[in-house]
Design a protein around this ligand. Structure first.
Ligand SMILES: C[S@@+](CC[C@H](N)C(=O)[O-])C[C@H]1O[C@@H](n2cnc3c(N)ncnc32)[C@H](O)[C@@H]1O
Length: 267
């Protein structure tokens, strides 16, 4: 190969291969090399041609993640050597996916970049559980926030604006900081009784759901020992899930007994 190739930034969705877009599938099938993350399911990876090189750049258990600079350099090297590269990322590459950093590096070198959007974890979780992200009378908007800062820095979100009972809050990468997140939201006035769903491995056969309240979500998450990846959906819309406990939470003592862990029907 000699001519400059290209890099396709492809959203693989939250796990279920049926959630891949047709464009993503075509780009994947046309790839000479696939560079993929930990959250990409094996079923999706299997859709790439057998002849395509497969390069894992995610964070393996007990190993450091491949530094972003090295991933950028690898993508550039492959494309400059003429490869048509499928850069596969979980969910959507432009939502907490660092896709824009990779694209900026590649375009600065004159390497063509194309995109295939993916279904982000929040939307996958919504469809899997029947918890809408917006709902007339319950949530007039939705916000996606990260619950994690680079190098474990301070989580300095705009808590006052996030503590809005009329907006659904979706927290990505929030397990380690869920106690702080819940505390800061309550300190800004969001009621402790606000419903919360934690969902692990949404849209996969390993999907697990935990229902709780803002004041209970930290200890409940700890007790449930959910396996990554985990997403939190905070807001009144959570009550619309068929799995939501039939009787509403009345006090903190009662919330403890009403926490429900349900495994998905497709498990
Ligand atoms: C680095 S972010 C990547 C987000 C991804 N780009 C997206 O659009 O969904 C990783 C976080 O996404 C969430 N996530 C991704 N896939 C998930 C899934 N299948 N179930 C639950 N959470 C998921 C978790 O919060 C996880 O810590």
């Amino acid at each position: 190969m000699s001519r400059t190739g290209k890099v396709c930034l492809i959203g693989a969705g939250p796990g279920d291969p049926e959630l891949l877009t047709l464009r993503a599938l075509r780009m994947l099938q046309e790839a000479d090399a696939v560079v993929y993350d930990r959250l990409v399911s094996p079923e999706i990876l299997a859709l790439a041609p057998d002849t395509a090189r497969r390069l894992f750049v995610g964070k393996a258990p007990k190993h450091h993640p491949v530094p972003q600079d090295e991933i950028n350099a690898l993508l550039a090297e492959l494309a400059l050597n003429g490869y048509s590269v499928a850069r596969l990322k979980g969910g959507d590459p432009l939502i907490f996916g660092r896709g824009s950093e990779e694209a900026a590096h590649l375009t600065s070198l004159g390497i063509p970049v194309e995109y295939a959007p993916g279904i982000t974890a929040a939307q996958g979780a919504a469809a899997a559980t029947g918890v809408p992200l917006t709902h007339r009378g319950l949530a007039s908007g939705v916000r996606y926030v990260t619950g994690h800062r680079q190098a474990d820095g301070v989580l300095d979100l705009d808590w006052a604006s996030l503590a809005d009972p009329d907006t659904t809050l979706v927290v990505y990468m929030g397990v380690a900081n869920i106690a702080q997140i819940a505390m800061c939201l309550m300190a800004e006035g969001l009621p402790g009784s606000t419903p919360v769903m934690a969902i692990a491995n949404a849209t996969t056969p390993r999907e697990t759901r935990l229902f709780s309240s803002l004041e209970r979500i930290a200890p409940d998450t700890c007790a449930a020992n959910l396996s990554a990846p985990v997403l939190f959906v905070i807001g009144r819309v959570v009550k619309l899930c068929a799995d939501w406990p039939a009787v509403e939470f009345l006090s903190s003592e009662e919330t403890e007994t009403r926490t429900v862990i349900a495994r998905a029907a497709h498990a």
